[in-house]
Design a protein around this ligand. Structure first.
Ligand SMILES: Nc1nc2c(c(=O)[nH]1)N[C@H]1C(S)=C(S)[C@@H](COP(=O)(O)O)O[C@H]1N2
Ligand SMILES: [Mo]
Length: 250
């Protein structure tokens, strides 16, 4: 078919230009008004309410999609880096006395266990090499050792506690705290971890005990656990209060 050139008069061209430009201006105005509106909305844990609604909706989809039979990918020992990055030191204040440390487990009101590191080390040890992912955009294949939280729960008869919806973890100085859903805590790769690269956890990596929860982003891997408690409501969460997603699943 021969190419038929469409001739547009100068007048038509002008009209088209005006229309395009007006559409552009209207779009900018909508964006500006929308942005202003969003910023005037009430805050829900560090995020305007409409955005929090979207986050909660996404969370619902992901928590249904990822049954906790799904395992994080693991790697051979040789893939683990020797120089492990240190990220975040909230709740790791200098006054900490490791010799006095015991893990505090609040089973129920008036029923609190205090467990020593040696008692935790006496439980069956599990090791994992996986890709540790931080929400800031970096990841690193790292090697950890400790006791599965599920084995720990069995040993200390936390049967009714593990039927609750959440586990809260708090540093001894209360400066960092997270809440994790029970399926993620009872996941077979979730560890109360006391070793990194086959050696005791370094101080800045959470000595004596940290959480390793490979189905979640780094923010949920609380370093230096002081207290563990159980709840049906969401425990307070440091980064949730600063606008991040509560679930932070992978
Ligand atoms: N107590 C405590 N735990 C923490 C943090 C923190 O600031 N304080 N930061 C978290 C974040 S954002 C990440 S990515 C990981 C980093 O663990 P690493 O320092 O062993 O690499 O720890 C998590 N656990
Ligand atoms: Mo992180």
């Amino acid at each position: 078919m021969p190419f038929k050139e469409e001739l547009i008069s100068e007048k038509q061209l002008k009209k088209k230009t005006i229309i395009s430009f007006s559409v552009f201006i209207v779009m900018i105005a909508v964006a500006v008004i929308g942005w202003k509106w969003l910023n005037k909305q009430p805050d829900d844990n560090g995020t305007p309410k409409p955005i929090r609604k979207v986050l909660n909706y996404n969370e619902g989809i992901f928590s249904k999609l990822y049954s906790h039979n799904h395992l994080a990918k693991t790697f051979p020992l040789s893939a683990a880096v020797k120089k492990v990055r240190v990220n975040g030191s909230d709740g790791m204040s200098a006054g900490f006395d490791p010799s006095a440390w015991k893990l505090k487990v609040a089973r129920s009101p008036g029923d609190t266990l205090f467990i020593t590191l040696d008692e935790i080390k006496a439980l069956p040890k599990t090791e994992i090499v996986f890709d540790f992912k931080c929400i800031e955009g970096w990841s690193q294949v790292t090697h950890w050792g400790g006791v599965k939280f599920s084995d720990f729960a069995k040993k200390y008869n936390l049967t009714s506690q593990t039927q609750m919806n959440y586990v809260g973890l708090i540093t001894p100085d209360k400066g960092y705290y997270v809440g994790n859903d029970m399926p993620a805590m009872m996941h077979p790769q979730t560890l109360l971890c006391y070793e990194m690269n086959g050696a005791p956890l370094p101080m800045n990596q959470g000595y004596p005990l940290r959480l390793i929860i490979p189905v979640k982003y780094g923010i949920k891997h609380l370093k230096r656990i002081g207290t563990v408690f159980f709840s049906n409501e969401r425990p307070a969460d440091f980064w949730y209060e600063r606008g991040y997603d509560y679930y932070a699943g992978l």
